[in-house]
Write a protein of this length. Structure first.
Length: 84
């Protein structure tokens, strides 16, 4: 099982708003926010992108909010979906 935490990063003087995904192992991916979907679609998109970048296989389980304002998604590995 792998957990991915997604955090919204607001705009700065030089950068547009973006989302940062961080795996439980410390791997990260940051992408600009695009306005073509809801928050749910955005966090799912970046979590899937980090999963793909790292070569993880697994089924995405719906996540939930954390006390520090992040969102956590979990990928579960089973023999049916190829494991790691």
């Amino acid at each position: 099982m792998q957990a991915i935490y997604v955090k919204y990063l607001g705009p700065t003087a030089t950068k547009n708003p973006r989302y940062k995904a961080t795996s439980s192992g410390g791997l990260t991916l940051t992408q600009e926010v695009n306005n073509d979907g809801s928050f749910s679609a955005c966090w799912r998109r970046i979590a899937e992108a980090l999963r793909y970048k790292m070569g993880w296989k697994g089924d995405l389980i719906e996540g939930g909010g954390t006390p520090d304002g992040k969102f956590c998604a979990v990928f579960v590995f089973t023999p049916d979906n190829g494991g790691v």
